[in-house]
Design a protein around this ligand. Sequence first.
Ligand SMILES: Nc1nc2c(ncn2[C@@H]2O[C@H](COP(=O)(O)OP(=O)(O)OP(=O)(O)O)[C@@H](O)[C@H]2O)c(=O)[nH]1
Length: 388
Amino acid sequence: MAIGNSSRIMQNLMLQRFPHACFFLKDIRRRLPFHSLPATLSQQVAELSEQEHRVLHRLYGGLIQGQRACLAEAITLIESSHSRKKELAQVLLQKVLSYHREQELLNNGKPLAFRVGLSGPPGAGKSTFIEYFGKMLTGKGHHVSVLAVDPSSCTSGGSLLGDKTRMTELSRDMNAYIRASPTRGTLGGVTRTTNEAILLCEGGGYDVVLVETVGVGQSEFAVADMVDMFVLLLPPAGGDELQGIKRGIIEMADLVAVTKADGDLLVPARRLQAEYISAMKLLRKRSKIWKPQVLRISAKNGEGIVEIWDKMTTFRDLMLTSGELQRRRSRQQSVWMWTLIQEKVLEHFRNHPAIHDQIPLVEEKVLSGLLSPGLAADLLLKAFSARD
Ligand SMILES: Nc1nc2c(ncn2[C@@H]2O[C@H](COP(=O)(O)OP(=O)(O)OP(=O)(O)O)[C@@H](O)[C@H]2O)c(=O)[nH]1
């Protein structure tokens, strides 16, 4: 008992002095075997074999000590489509979550990591910014992880973000970890694995988690629902690139950064900043206490990079003290659960033998105008409900 108490006091002292170094702490409890699964999980996961025990034990130990190789292996496990590996991934995740919860308690219940989503049209300068910004943060002693969400990988089977040589400097930095989007799966699947990867990165001691997406389709909204702060990067070249930016996604932004504010692009960058400052006044507010701001940045000459971090930390502190950040995170948990349910239910519906063959016929009738969409949906749902 006395040893337990003194170890806690030591941990508290360590956390006060080195808030970002909590993962170095030698917590005896992390050595606990995986025999004691929580009741709900043990109902779903069959007994672990000795070898599975050893693998999970090694991954968990390595991950919370900040070993990048173990973090990479753990993320590969959660991305696996193999059913047993998926189960093992959940056991590992559960263990990392309990460890993380304990660390948060020691940190007075405050989140240990700050999750920032970065979005913008292709060519906006996202990777160049992340490289510069990430290096600045690691220089300040932070541990930064970058996770990419790339919806094109879901349809084309190839990962745009993964194929390109991006962020070469940051990927060599020992205090940074960069992970490309998985090359398989639906957006819902990628959302799930990215959410879980965020938790693993945090368990691995990364205190700033950047989640990047290319500005296409639903992925931006999915990312906005995974992070504490959502940042939109816009290039000053204007015109064509901006046509794809939807009003909805601008409303999600806590911060807009006009990129490439240097050289010949400085004047158009100033103009775009002014336009967005007035446009954003008219938009619906996402937060009660935070007014979205519009900044200018350049990853070429460094303008605005220190300022953008200052704004981010001001946002985080305000959201934390008001409790809004915690509420946002709780709401995201529920959004995440419902997204997964929706996807599974829809998959079940589409593949059910009672209606599987009828779907193309009914859809054809809707396309040719013979059946209204409402009636078609009613017919299919009725056939589905009467399936037993
Ligand atoms: N002048 C200037 N050019 C920049 C800056 N940041 C990026 N660029 C250039 O803009 C182009 C696109 O930059 P990226 O960082 O690859 O843009 P991205 O948003 O990651 O692009 P995708 O990977 O296609 O989504 C590159 O040619 C960069 O050199 C900047 O701050 N100033």
